[in-house]
Design a protein around this ligand. Structure first.
Ligand code: NAD
Ligand code: IPM
Ligand code: MN
Length: 367
């Protein structure tokens, strides 16, 4: 049988820097655990625009549809700010999500003990935190029609449309309930049913789907209150189910509960393929971080943890995923820190590759 296939799309800025570290980790699992992957690499975002005049070449899109999993770094950067909207780096990522139909975006926010002191919130509020945000990823205001900038009564008007069908809400709700069953059995659904019709439908459909998951506890919350509750008492949550735009914002907010945006991985999952595994793309929640690119300062953990999610959700290697997560936890417990985890310019930090060196040494010690 051939090896499982992995398409690597490093992208722009620190995306390429952290992905180079993930390649080392993938190499370790090949050498030391006999987990060989058929790895191919291609361009996305600004890098693809520079080479082909498009942020995602059709051949890359086709390859992404064929492989067992895609691993993406990050896209975007100031160099591309003035490009036409249709070819902006971010459009490449959005096309991948849409055409692969990756409707369920899992964004776990876990606070490692060693970092509980580092969050901008008090230690008691975040210590032991383990929540999972399930963000709908292929619909809502990111894709709804009509959209565009139009001329109206002598002035321009910018339009995006928040739109959800029952089927779109139903399928992502099922993903959230299934996950809750394997976690702490609670789903909190967040929308704005007080002011938006799409929110009313969202709440109705989630409540109906819940009938198939009576063993899971369901609550509803307006998304603005949800943002407040996330910083007031985040440990009240287990799984948070929300739409595309609210999920984007709430997950960046949740990132700071863990200490840094450089810590948050994600998995974007679609419907099962013929082999029973979901179509999948794994990427850190953070972006291309132009302010620190090219300086060896990027924290590679979010991207390495995204590979751990790939091991778990695409390759049935839960034990190896746990080995990697434990190694990262161990390194943090040893006090190894990239600059984003220090906050104090006078303290010395390890570089991007220094962090990976420490993780690989921990992995070696786990054998
Ligand atoms: P960003 O996530 O790139 O950076 C926000 C802040 O967090 C910056 O100060 C950055 O230095 C810091 N940061 C992020 N990741 C880090 C890491 N791994 N280690 C240390 N520090 C880290 O968000 P932004 O500045 O708003 O966006 C920059 C570009 O990235 C934009 O073009 C945006 O569209 C794009 N973006 C892409 C993705 C993606 O590809 N999935 C996600 C978010 C933003
Ligand atoms: C994210 C990013 C993306 C989003 C952008 C880069 C398209 O912010 O993955 O969180 O808005 O979904
Ligand atoms: Mn975002």
């Amino acid at each position: 049988m051939s090896n499982p296939s992995l398409l690597i799309l490093p992208g722009d800025g620190i995306g390429a820097e952290v992905m180079a570290e993930v390649q080392r980790v993938i190499g370790w699992f090949g050498d030391k655990r006999g987990l060989a992957f058929d790895v191919s690499e291609d361009l996305v975002g600004g890098a693809a625009y520079d080479a082909h005049g498009t942020p995602l070449h059709d051949d890359t899109m086709a390859r992404a549809q064929e492989v067992d999993a895609v691993l993406l770094g990050a896209v975007g950067g100031p160099k591309y700010d003035d490009l036409d909207f249709s070819v902006k780096p971010e459009r490449g990522l959005l096309r991948l999500r849409k055409e692969m139909d990756l409707f369920a975006n899992l964004r776990p926010a876990q606070c490692f003990d060693a970092l509980a002191d580092f969050s901008s919130l008090k230690k008691d509020i975040v210590a032991g935190l383990d929540i999972m945000i399930v963000r709908e990823l292929t619909s809502g205001s990111y894709f709804g029609e009509p959209r565009g900038i139009f001329e109206e009564d002598g002035q321009r008007v910018g339009i995006n449309t928040q739109r959800y069908t029952e089927a779109e809400i139903d399928r992502v709700a099922r993903s959230a309930f299934e996950l809750a069953r394997r976690r702490n059995g609670k789903v909190c659904s967040m929308e704005k049913a007080n002011v938006m019709e799409s929110g009313i439908l969202w709440r109705e459909v989630v409540t109906a789907v819940h009938k198939d998951y009576a063993d899971v506890e369901l609550s509803h919350m307006y998304a603005d209150n949800g943002a407040m509750q996330l910083v007031r008492a985040p440990k009240q949550f287990d799984v948070i189910l929300t739409d595309n735009l609210f999920g984007d914002i709430l997950s960046d907010c949740a990132a700071m509960l863990t200490g840094s945006l450089g810590m948050l991985p994600s998995a974007s999952l679609g419907a099962p393929m013929e082999n029973g595994r979901p179509k999948a793309l794994y990427e850190p929640v953070h972006g291309s971080a132009p302010d620190i690119m090219g300086q060896g300062k990027a924290n590679p953990i979010a991207c390495i943890l995204s590979f751990a999610m790939a091991l778990r959700y695409s390759f049935d290697q839960g034990t190896e995923a746990a080995r990697l997560e434990t190694a990262i936890e161990g390194v943090l417990a040893d006090g190894v820190r990239t600059g984003d985890l220090l906050g104090d310019a006078n303290t010395t930090a390890v570089s991007t590759s220094g962090m990976t060196d420490a993780i690989l040494a921990k992995l070696d010690a786990s054998l």
